[in-house]
Design a binder for this molecule. Sequence first.
Ligand SMILES: Cc1cc2nc3c(=O)[nH]c(=O)nc-3n(C[C@H](O)[C@H](O)[C@H](O)COP(=O)(O)OP(=O)(O)OC[C@H]3O[C@@H](n4cnc5c(N)ncnc54)[C@H](O)[C@@H]3O)c2cc1C
Ligand code: SF4
Length: 531
Amino acid sequence: MDPVDVVIIGAGASGGAVAWSLAETKMRIVCLEQGDWQKPDQYPSAGRDWEARQMNDMNPSPNRRARDTDYPVNEDDSPIKIANFNGVGGGTVLYAAHFPRFHPSDFRVKSLDGVADDWPINYQTLEPFYAENDRMTGVSGLAGDPAYPPKQPMMKPLPLGKGGATLARGLDRLGWHWWPSDSAIATEDYEGRAKCINLGHCTSGCAQGAKASTDITYFPLAMRAGVEVRTRARVKEITMGRNGMASGVVYFDADGKEVFQPAEVVIVACNGVGTPRLLLNSKSGKFPNGIGNSSGLVGKNLMFHPYARIWGYFDGPTDGYRGPGDCIWSQEFYETDRARGYLRGYTFELTRGQGAVMAAVHGNAIGMLPWGEEHHDAYRKLHCHRAGMVGICEDLPEEHNTVTLDPVLKDCHGIPAPKITYTLSENSRRMLAHAVARGTDILKAAGAWNVGHESPLQEGGWHLMGTARMGKDPERSVVNEWGRSHDVKNLFIVDGSIFVTSAGVNPTCTIQALALYVADAMKQRLATLFD
Ligand SMILES: Cc1cc2nc3c(=O)[nH]c(=O)nc-3n(C[C@H](O)[C@H](O)[C@H](O)COP(=O)(O)OP(=O)(O)OC[C@H]3O[C@@H](n4cnc5c(N)ncnc54)[C@H](O)[C@@H]3O)c2cc1C
Ligand code: SF4
């Protein structure tokens, strides 16, 4: 295989951003992705069986989806289960596209609250890259949110709909903060993408192309600028050269053949589980415990966002499944208030209802949908009468929460699978309990007649962070303050693994801003990168 200048592993949220940004250097860049290109006309949103398919081939759990492009995950020792998507676009194919930035305080947790660590960079460092990512992605929202420094969304916000307006009234009655969400969903035609038509079911792919997944945003532009994307290319290991630098990668191609791809620079963008798995699988004489792991921190400090889901039913109609799932956030309880009995905080994302099938399945599960004569009347009170929220809680880094290699489980190429070991902390438990109580207040203030909750949300492991953290001290971090491995100078990581802390918001716009920032740092140092 001809050598390349840069090999990027993973074509998800961060892989797309870094590929696009580096493309202008005209270096020879190859992106290796274990999954396939997407076929939007085959997304569930284009068919009537979308809810059934969300349970099967478009399930967010790789274990349940179980395509040959997925890898299995041993999650027996975790109350929160992994959700991802493996293919061009990565998790952005299935994500809800809720797109909040971190707050400035999120980068200074140690200074402010005496826990975890401060980041080696701050909000101001990332601000221009947040803005660049917003432009590339096409973010809708409303300027002026008092919870944030000034920022300017590209398009008008998503409609609140009946459910959003109902919940906003509840928040108004309590006098609590709410604001239309920033969302990576086009509300107007944007850069060749059609606007959202409120079909719903965004979390099984957007056939309309309104939702910004990187297969339709960054990658087409990166490829036009010369980046090559190779699909069905599953990287087994990053190899070391004699000079102490990474020499390239070994991957399985579409025919299952092992291929060595030599490269001057290796960039890992496989997410908070896939990245530590790959680093730990890349053993050599110099790095018997995995490449770039002299700190011993690769795979440690795994953070999810523990989620509480709180819902209620209303006499008046709500939106059911129609429209993007999240349209409002409340950050009333975002910053630390020690009187609440925990540190840090959470965001409420206000969510619409469910589809017809889930309304029945869930109604049955919570005992509100009896069989027999009353069945249809009861169902009519459930379907399109539900709204609610999730409380997305900041998870603090703890070294005992890990991604390791499973001694037995392997993917279809025989590569050891990741094993998750995770315990919910006492701080998270208290925060979740607070979110359930305050979420119940909101629903009652909005007029809900039957309020319930699930906490922690078992299937909610969709934010994967912290397993190759950034920092200035090589003994306390895996990569430096611009994403370069402390141990191997031509090895970079750009995905959520490098997060120091998790904040109380969805991570993807910060992941992509970081990837653009790392790419920019590389471009500025091109002449002297490996001196
Ligand atoms: C159902 C769901 C809803 C979500 N909702 C939101 C939301 O509303 N807002 C938000 O901010 N985030 C959301 N997320 C999370 C979001 O998808 C992730 O934060 C984001 O995609 C992570 O980006 P990444 O670049 O770190 O990794 P990913 O996007 O996961 O990309 C990693 C890529 O690397 C590939 N890969 C891994 N290992 C290898 C290997 N060895 N060889 C080759 N390729 C490999 C994978 O196939 C994958 O395509 C959601 C996720 C899910 C699943
Ligand atoms: S609601 Fe909008 S963004 Fe979501 S799937 Fe439908 S068209 Fe796409």
